[in-house]
Design a protein. Structure first.
Length: 457
C-alpha cells in the first residue's frame, strides 16, 4: 500500500471505530461479517445507523451524501415520503396474503404501459427475475443453451454464475471466451449450457450461434454492462443482437435490474430504441422494498398459464412491496423527476470533467441516466477485458478519500457506479464535487508515480 492510499485508509479507521467494533462482533456468527459478499471489504465496511433522503449516518455519527443507495436500488432515495405513506397504510391492513389482490393488476398495468411487454409476473429479487426469464426462454424455444457476456452479472442462480469475473488463462481467447464457473458449487452441466461472448463484439455472438445451430434459447445482457463500472454499448451493438436473435429463433432478454428504472422513463428499450423479447426488473422499482418483475409477449407467458412452466413464490406480490412499487412508479419515477436527475447528472459529470482536465488525471466519466462512474483508464473501455486493467489501489485511494470527506461516491468495489436519487439536491452535488476536487490532485500525482513504475492492483 503506497503512502497516499495508506493515509486515506488510516483516516477512515480513525473516523469509524464503531464500525470496526461492529464488524468484529459480526464475524463470530456471519461469514465475512456481512449478509452479502458484496458488502465485505478491507479493512471493514461502514455500518449504517440511519438514513433519510439523500444521506445516511454511520454508527460513529458521520454523515455521508449517499450515491451507493443500496447498490442502485434506491433511485427514490431513503424513506421517500410517497413510498413511506403508501407502506404505512398497508402495515395495518395485512402484510402478507398469499392470495390475489388488486395491486397486482395495477402494477402490471404500470409496467406494461412503460415497457414493451404484454404480461408480467412478480418476485422479490433480480436473481429471481433473470432465473425465471431464462427458464421461460428455454421452454419457449425447446433449447437449453443461452449466450451471456463475459463479465456480466445476472444474479446468483447457476445459469448466471458463469464468467462473472473470470481470470487469465481460464477465460481463453477474447474472440471465443471460455465459460468459467463463478465459484464452487456451480454444476458442470450448467456451465456447459452457458456460452460466453464478448460485449460490443457481434462477431463473438454470431460465432456461438454458428457453432451451436438450433441449440441457443436466448441472449441475455444488461443493455449497459454494469458489472465493470459502466461500459456503454457501441452504436449498432444492441440492434445487431436484436437481428441475430430474430434470425436464429432465439429470444433477446434485457436484464434491466439496474437500467429499468434508472436510465429513463421507459428503460433501456426506450433509451436505445431497441425492443427485446423479455425484460427483467428489480432494484429501484421497489422504492426501498424487495420487488422484481419479468415480462414478455403473451405467447411466451402462456406457458405459465398452461402449467407448462412453473412459477411461484410465497413472497410474490407481497402487499407492502406492491404498495411501495405503485408509489414508486406513480410518484418517484416520473418524467419530472427524470428531468431533475438528468439536470443533477449533467452538473456532476461536468464538474468531474473539469477537475479531471485541471489535474491531469488519466480517466473519464461514463454516464447514462442516474448512473455514472469515474473510470480510471486512458480511453473508453468496451468490454470486460478492458476493465480488468484498472489500478485497484488507485481506485481505493479515490473511494476512501471521498468517503473521508463525507461522500460515498458509489458502493465499494471498482465494478460499481454511482446513482443519483430523486431526493439529491444541487447542494449534494456541490459537496460531491468539492470532495472530488480535494481528492483529485493527490490521486493524479499517485497515478503519475504508478504509471512511471508499472504496478498491478
Amino acid at each position: 500500500m503506497y503512502p497516499a492510499l495508506q493515509k486515506e485508509v488510516d483516516t477512515f479507521q480513525r473516523r469509524t471505530p464503531k464500525s470496526a467494533e461492529a464488524h468484529k462482533k459480526n464475524l463470530k456468527r456471519i461469514p465475512l461479517g456481512v449478509a452479502s459478499n458484496y458488502r465485505a471489504y478491507d479493512p471493514y465496511p461502514i455500518f449504517v445507523a440511519e438514513a433519510q433522503g439523500s444521506r445516511f449516518r454511520d454508527l460513529d455519527g458521520n454523515e455521508y451524501v449517499d450515491h451507493n443507495l443500496c447498490f442502485g436500488a434506491l433511485m427514490a432515495g431513503h424513506c421517500h415520503p410517497a413510498v413511506m405513506k403508501a407502506v404505512e397504510r398497508r402495515l395495518s391492513t395485512g402484510t402478507m396474503f398469499g392470495m390475489p389482490h388488486n395491486m397486482e393488476w395495477e402494477l402490471a398495468e404500470e409496467i406494461c404501459m412503460r415497457f414493451p411487454v404484454e404480461m408480467v409476473r412478480f418476485g422479490s429479487s433480480g436473481t429471481e427475475a433473470t432465473m425465471h426469464a431464462v427458464r421461460l426462454a428455454r421452454a419457449a424455444t425447446g433449447r437449453d443453451k443461452i449466450v451471456k457476456f463475459e463479465g456480466a452479472y445476472h444474479g446468483l442462480h447457476d445459469s448466471a454464475l458463469v464468467s462473472v469475473k473470470p481470470h487469465a488463462p481460464d477465460f481463453g481467447d477474447i474472440a471465443a471466451p471460455t465459460p468459467v464457473p463463478g465459484g464452487l458449487g456451480v454444476p458442470k452441466a450448467s456451465v456447459a449450457n452457458v456460452l460466453i461472448a464478448t460485449f460490443n463484439d457481434l462477431s463473438t455472438v454470431e460465432r456461438k450461434f454458428r457453432e451451436n445451430p438450433g441449440e441457443i434459447a436466448a441472449i441475455i445482457l444488461e443493455p449497459i454492462l454494469m458489472n465493470v463500472g459502466l461500459c456503454l454499448p457501441q452504436p449498432g451493438f444492441l440492434e445487431g443482437l436484436r437481428d441475430i436473435a430474430t434470425k436464429n429463433g432465439a429470444l433477446l432478454i434485457f436484464d434491466e435490474v439496474k437500467t429499468g428504472a434508472k436510465i429513463g422513463w421507459g428503460g433501456a428499450s426506450e433509451y436505445y430504441g431497441v425492443t427485446p423479447d423479455m425484460i427483467c426488473l428489480a432494484k429501484s422499482i421497489g422504492g426501498g422494498f424487495p420487488l422484481a418483475a419479468f415480462g414478455t409477449h403473451r405467447s411466451v407467458m402462456d406457458l405459465i398459464s398452461q402449467h407448462k412452466v412453473f412459477h411461484g413464490g410465497t413472497y410474490n406480490t407481497n402487499p407492502v412491496s406492491m404498495a411501495a412499487g405503485l408509489a414508486t412508479f406513480r410518484h418517484v419515477l416520473t418524467r419530472e423527476n427524470y428531468a431533475h436527475v438528468e439536470k443533477l447528472s449533467k452538473m456532476l459529470v461536468g464538474g468531474y470533467r473539469k477537475t479531471i482536465a485541471k489535474t491531469g488525471l488519466q480517466g473519464y466519466i461514463a454516464q447514462a441516466g442516474a448512473n455514472g462512474a469515474l473510470m480510471l483508464y486512458p480511453q473508453e473501455i468496451r468490454n470486460y477485458r478492458d476493465w480488468i486493467t484498472i489500478d485497484i489501489d488507485l481506485w481505493r485511494q479515490y473511494w476512501f478519500g471521498m468517503v473521508n470527506r463525507g461522500v460515498m461516491p458509489q458502493p465499494y468495489w471498482w465494478d460499481e457506479q454511482w446513482t443519483i436519487s430523486v431526493q439529491h439536491t444541487e447542494a449534494d452535488i456541490e459537496k460531491h464535487l468539492a470532495a472530488f476536487a480535494d481528492v483529485a490532485p493527490a490521486l493524479a500525482a499517485a497515478q503519475q508515480e504508478r504509471l512511471a513504475v508499472p504496478v498491478h492492483g
